[in-house]
Design a protein around this ligand. Structure first.
Ligand SMILES: *Cc1c(COP(=O)(O)O)cnc(C)c1O
Length: 389
């Protein structure tokens, strides 16, 4: 009979990594879970080297150690939100620099580039990185930075991260990958050649929709210093309590994701067969235009499904509202299922012409599949589709 205990290997698995962290900074107390260090300042000259929470706090360090371990990298820096993490990266650029951006980025990332950073002289060019002509753009335009997201929000486009990084690295152009939809459990951008892996920890990492956070992971000590500098000098730091919550939330990330992914994969198939559905986008589906790339760089297809239904704006909106267990709300990645109408919600601020070009129309719906019982989610979806459309 086989032994119940698997053989020990040197590298702990993801479940172990998220549960155990390096230090809790209060060893004398004997506490098993790290305490909340709710303090703005520290005694000058203390052993741990903390001085003021804007530039570091034990709760930041604990979360950073878990995130770096999960990403398999040297450094992680935490921020107050995903948007703060984006701001930190862009603050390292200077007026006149060009950022070559994937054209289907998260709506608030687009808004930051178009409405905020542009006023400080940061230029952006939007390209379709699934089109191999974009490789020539890298060579011709010589950008200061490349900004990718994969899978993209909300169309779940899959960008070949390694292919882009190979070309960029030859010219020493840093590549940022927003890894929020996949998380390090599904995809490791740094191993594919990216300089920075960015995550909104508000989503899957925390998983309980009760805190905001962001993180940047890298193996480059220079970039790590730049991120620590941005954290303190721009005031982009998180609160110790949010870090404490996210450190607790991440402990169940692999467990949560396992269920969410298996439910999403099942629901994606169900949706494909429903007569009220035009098309379904799910990274591991055979009809996904970049399925091959998805299979190559992702461990699983994730837990987000995007679909286009046979209904106009009002019918599509009604469908979102009539769901019982999928709450209509911004955000994703929590234990509760959510439904979003990107055209009027997450991507409302994206100019109409861009929305049209990239395929965000009134009939588009994005589902974030949660941890509820699959039978309840299936029934909820089927009922709503049957009734409304
Ligand atoms: C939510 C999100 C962000 C922004 O993160 P916040 O924590 O909300 O500031 C950035 N990128 C992607 C892909 C997101 O989904």
């Amino acid at each position: 009979m086989a032994s119940a205990i698997p053989p020990q290997s040197h590298v702990p698995g993801p479940n172990t990594k998220v549960i155990h962290h390096g230090e809790n900074f209060a060893p004398d107390s004997g506490c098993v879970m790290p305490p909340l260090f709710q303090t703005s300042t520290f005694v000058h000259g203390n052993q741990a080297g903390f001085d003021y929470t804007r530039s570091g706090n034990p709760n930041f360090r604990i979360l950073e150690s878990v995130l770096a371990s999960l990403e398999g990298c040297k450094y992680s820096t935490v921020f107050g939100s995903g948007v703060s993490a984006i701001t930190a990266v862009v603050s390292s650029l200077k007026a006149g620099d060009l950022v070559l951006c994937e054209e289907n980025l998260y709506g608030c990332t687009v808004r930051l580039f178009e409405q905020v950073f542009s006023r400080f002289g940061i230029k952006t060019t939007w390209v379709d990185f699934t089109n191999m002509n974009s490789l020539a753009d890298i060579q011709e335009k010589k950008p200061a930075m490349i900004w990718l997201e994969s899978p993209t929000n909300p169309l779940l486009k899959i960008i070949d991260i390694k292919k882009i990084c190979d070309v960029a690295n030859e010219q020493q152009i840093p590549v940022v990958v927003d890894n929020t939809f996949a998380t390090a459990l599904i995809q490791r951008p740094l191993e594919l050649g990216a300089t920075l892996s960015l995550t909104s920890t508000t989503k899957y990492i925390n998983g309980h929709s009760d805190a905001l956070g962001g993180s940047l992971c890298t193996n480059d000590p220079e970039w790590n210093s730049k991120m620590l500098f941005a954290q303190k000098s721009l005031g982009l730091q998180p609160s110790p309590f949010d870090c404490w919550l996210i450190t607790r939330g991440i402990k169940t990330l692999p467990l949560r994701l396992e269920r969410q992914i298996s439910s999403a994969s099942y629901l994606a198939n169900q949706l494909t067969e429903h007569p009220a559905v035009n098309w379904v986008r799910y990274p591991f589906h055979p009809d996904h235009p970049q399925q091959k790339t998805a299979l190559k760089q992702m461990k699983t297809g994730g837990a987000i499904i995007t679909t286009n239904v046979k209904g106009d704006l009002s019918k599509t909106y009604q469908l979102c509202k009539s769901l019982k267990y999928f709450t209509m709300a911004e955000s994703l990645g929590g234990v509760e299922s959510l439904v979003c109408h990107p055209g009027s919600m997450t991507h409302a601020s994206v100019p109409l012409a861009i929305k049209k070009r990239i395929g965000i129309d009134d009939s588009l719906i994005r589902f974030s599949v949660g941890c509820e019982d699959l039978s309840d989610l299936t029934e909820d979806l089927t009922n709503a589709l049957n009734q409304v459309l």
